[in-house]
Ligand binder design. Structure first.
Ligand code: AMP
Ligand code: MG
Length: 321
């Protein structure tokens, strides 16, 4: 029997640095499981990306004219259904049909944008969005009713990739692990009878906002305006777009969501960023096993009721609602 220890591998995928750590006494098994989990995560990335050369059914759907049926890959079909549920739960803040607008803003392209979009382009692109313009005509098969409508899973697919990675680790016999994709995390089991300690970044300062101690299966995902942004005439333009205005949301600086799955935590962190804490807390309180913490636009910190049991901080004064 070998000594039980952290076995960690780092990869670059999903546009970010992904650390997979397995706590195990069987290094060979752990390394093999990490390899398989990486493949599972890469497969999710390939199925959902709207960038690069590989063909996938999201790209086919986005290119298709209005009224033409497109058969989606089963995981895309499932995530689209789940996205529509989250769209409803978040009063439309999470919107998987903003593809055209997101591409125009260009935060995910190779050449980073330097200037904001004109109001004219924003209006034109917003007109090519809207979940009411999506229709499922038969199993797996969807079409758009609006010319130019494009899907974008950028706010949820990383979460799904993390979930699929963890599922693969589990299926290969791993009991204790953590996947960290650029700060978006899912935990499996504990860390040798002790909790995993997970820091939350402060959106404006070098010191962490605080930390969680986690010894159960759950996910922690953050959306922040510091992740992808540019400054123009002293104003910050970032990648989280309010579907009502077509512009970067100004309600929050960052939001961290805890949820049973990374898919849910990913989508909700983006949506909660846009909704802001006042409306967002009500949504979160209605969801089982979900908690959130906001750093609002004025750097004030707000949390859902269950979060205060989980979040630790030395410095932050938290408004409890
Ligand atoms: P995240 O980093 O998870 O908050 O997701 C941000 C990414 O999701 C952006 O880069 C866009 O691709 C996409 N996105 C931006 N605004 C929204 C929105 N309101 N609803 C769904 N996806 C969005
Ligand atoms: Mg997200």
């Amino acid at each position: 029997m070998q000594q039980t220890k952290d076995i960690k591998e780092t990869r670059f995928l999903l546009g970010t640095i992904v650390d997979i750590t397995v706590y195990s006494n069987n290094e060979e098994m752990a390394l093999h499981a990490i390899q398989q989990a990486t493949l599972a995560m890469t497969a999710v990335e390939q199925s959902f990306t709207t960038y690069g050369e590989t063909s996938n059914t999201v790209k086919l759907f986005n290119l298709a004219p209005a009224g033409i049926d497109v058969e989606l890959n089963a995981s895309v079909d499932r995530l689209l259904e789940q996205s529509l549920v989250i769209h409803k739960q978040t009063f439309g803040a999470f919107d998987p049909t903003l593809g055209e607008l997101n591409q125009r803003w260009g935060f995910s392209s190779t050449y980073k944008p330097k200037t904001p979009l004109s109001d004219h382009i924003i209006m034109e692109s917003l007109q090519k969005s809207g979940v009411e313009n999506l229709q499922r005509t038969k199993p797996l098969t969807w079409h758009k009713n609006k010319e130019g409508l494009k899907l974008d899973f950028g706010a949820i697919a990383k979460g799904l990739a993390i979930d699929e990675g963890v599922k693969k680790l589990e299926s290969m016999g791993v009991e204790h692990a953590i996947i960290n994709a650029g700060g978006d995390i899912r935990v499996l089991g504990d860390h040798g009878g002790k909790p995993w300690r997970i820091a939350v970044r402060h959106p404006r300062e070098q010191k962490p906002l605080g930390w969680f101690e986690v010894n159960q299966d759950l996910s922690i995902v953050t959306s922040g305006d510091y992740e992808r942004f540019f400054l123009y005439e002293g104003k910050r333009y970032h990648h989280i777009i309010d579907p009502n205005t077509g512009k970067p949301s100004a309600t929050s600086l960052s939001v961290t969501v805890i949820a049973p799955t990374a898919t849910q935590a990913d989508a909700l962190s983006t949506a909660m960023f846009i909704l802001g804490y006042k409306q967002g807390i009500q949504v979160i309180e209605g969801l089982d096993g979900v908690e959130a913490i906001w750093v609002a636009f004025d750097q004030s910190v707000h949390m859902s009721s269950g979060m205060k049991m989980m979040f630790h901080s030395k410095a932050v004064k938290v408004h409890k609602h």
